[in-house]
Design a protein around this ligand. Structure first.
Ligand code: ADP
Length: 262
């Protein structure tokens, strides 16, 4: 039975997509795309049907992380077919530009592209569509919440003071009346580093538990902390996200975050 499309105040439902979750960050480089890619695969491992839309106009990195840089989605019956990698259905602004090509998306162009990726694509039935947002606050965020009813947002940050200041701005944006998206929680990425030679030592390179403390003071759920792990970085660069490795510690970190999110 087809669910009838219904116009909501905040954008048109995509039939057959149960939850749309925006993955946001205040600053760039805090690991938002790495977290989005690992969470999407962790959700697949839990048995969910998952899509990932890379809406980071400044540097779409999802194609690299999913070893899909040279993929070009095809159109079938006027609908864009997402690429499938590691069980996740993917669409990225990066698929529509050469890999070394600089693309400067004008606001209106980017909004139109996002509209097509959301509504003119064949996502099929999904439990979760994760959207990897650009860092910060801006037009794209506004267009997305106007295009589709976003179920909730997850904010990724390092514990660094200057990153936390931007998390607060991001929170403010989601709470604005015209956006009004519930924040599902905060994730502390690059929380600490443990050298192999000193397994009992944690070095808090970017400050200790800054994100956790912020979530406690603002009474926003804390979804978990992810240490700095070399293989997380290597796995992303290699195009095979870290949760696919046979590493129980990494898998547990991400699956515990997913359990709190769903
Ligand atoms: P953003 O999407 O916020 O710009 P990325 O996901 O591209 O950030 O991450 C920035 C860099 O940090 C990448 O090189 C990535 O591989 C690395 N990285 C992210 N999280 C971790 C982590 N927990 N441990 C090690 N490296 C990480």
């Amino acid at each position: 039975v087809e669910v009838p499309e219904k116009e909501t105040k905040k954008g048109k439902n995509i039939p057959k997509i149960k939850n749309i979750i925006a993955i946001a960050s205040g600053k760039g480089g805090v690991g938002k795309s790495t977290v989005a890619s690992n969470l999407s695969i962790a959700l697949v491992k839990m048995g969910f049907k998952v899509g990932l839309l890379d809406a980071d106009i400044y540097g779409p990195s999802i194609p690299t992380m999913f070893d899909a840089v040279n993929e070009k989605p095809i159109s079938k019956e006027n609908k864009i077919e997402p690429i499938e990698s590691y069980g996740v259905k993917l669409l990225s602004l990066g698929f529509f530009a050469g890999s070394n090509q600089a693309v400067v998306w004008r606001g209106a162009m980017a909004s139109k592209a996002i509209h097509q990726l959301l509504h003119d694509s064949n996502w099929g039935e999904l439990d979760f569509l994760l959207i990897d947002l650009p860092p910060g606050t801006g037009d794209i965020h506004l267009s997305i919440v106007q295009e589709v009813p976003v179920t909730g947002a997850v904010i990724v940050s390092t514990p660094q003071h200057i990153a936390l200041a931007d998390v607060k701005k991001g929170l403010g944006m989601f709470q604005m009346p015209e956006i009004n998206v519930p924040v599902l929680g905060l994730i502390e990425n690059m929380a600490y580093f443990t050298p192999k030679e000193l397994p009992d030592n944690k070095y808090y390179l970017f400050g200790k538990k800054g994100v956790q403390k912020l979530s406690e003071s603002l009474e926003i759920p804390f979804l978990g902390e992810i240490p700095i792990i070399q293989s997380i970085r290597e796995a992303s660069d290699y195009g095979r996200p870290a949760v696919l490795q046979d590493n129980e510690i990494i898998s547990n970190i991400y699956s515990n975050i997913c359990k709190k999110m769903v």
